[in-house]
Design a protein around this ligand. Structure first.
Ligand code: SF4
Length: 247
């Protein structure tokens, strides 16, 4: 059993009831804590194997892939790293590249010039200060060029299993629609989510919300009628109204 599943069992002591039989009105009347619990339970069932889609073999490769993924799809990043990593698998190898070489390797990626500069600088810093290893510490990660709070959170959870709630555009949008958070900033949203979601679920919930945002709760036209979480979602209920039986 994975660590987050143990945490989840503590949250959901009576696994149940995410069924079509749950009426929209009944879902909306649930106490807030129970509503949140059911949302998390539903997401866990929908995306049981959710994890980062960025291919990597080491924390360093995940760090580089995450830096590349800003304004770039995971699919495109995976194509780029499939070219880059076989010959440059670690901090030492990338630190030895010229910026022109690295730019040529990643030029399919948006913002490739600034990303090349950051990846080169961070690789050299890792070699100089951390023996080529990625630190397991937020402050040390965020001190690296091109590494912000979200990237550090992704690496802490997905590389080291350290609970962290990375908030990207999908997490922000979906958590707001679901009424799990309301602060307009990523940092404020992260703080709300960290208060309302059990610590053991921070990492998995980040992946659940991303997948739900990509597949169902898409930005322009969320697929509310077919969304299994509709009975518990304020935004979905606002858009769809009561079910025909409840009218
Ligand atoms: Fe998104 Fe609609 Fe599902 Fe709510 S019901 S999570 S708004 S798709």
């Amino acid at each position: 059993m994975r660590a987050w599943e143990r945490g989840f069992r503590g949250v959901v002591d009576e696994p149940a009831v995410m069924s079509n039989a749950t009426s929209r009105a009944a879902g909306a009347r649930l106490p807030e804590r129970e509503r949140r619990r059911r949302i998390l339970e539903a997401l866990a069932r929908l995306y049981p194997d959710a994890r980062t889609e960025l291919r990597h073999d080491t924390p360093f490769q995940l760090l580089v892939a995450t830096v590349l993924s800003a304004q770039c799809t995971d699919r495109r990043v995976n194509l780029i790293t499939a070219r880059l990593f076989p010959r440059h698998p670690d901090a030492e190898a990338i630190a030895a590249m010229t910026v022109e070489d690295l730019e040529a390797q990643i030029r399919d990626c948006g913002l490739f010039r600034s990303k090349a500069r950051h990846i080169l600088q961070l690789s050299r810093l890792l070699v100089e200060r951390h023996g080529g290893e990625v630190p397991r510490d937020r402050a040390a990660l965020e001190a690296l060029p091109g590494v912000g709070r979200k990237t550090a959170s992704v690496v802490l959870w997905s590389a080291f299993g350290i609970p962290a709630f990375a908030v990207d555009t999908h997490v922000l949008r979906v958590s707001h629609r679901l009424g799990l958070a309301s602060d307009p900033t990523p940092l404020g949203t992260e703080r709300e989510l960290c208060r309302r979601v059990p610590r053991a679920l921070w990492g998995p919930a980040h992946h659940w919300l991303i997948l739900h945002g990509r597949r169902v709760c898409v930005a322009r036209s969320p697929r509310c009628p077919s969304c299994p979480i509709l009975p518990y979602c304020p935004e979905g209920l606002r858009r769809e109204g009561p079910s025909p039986q409840e009218r």
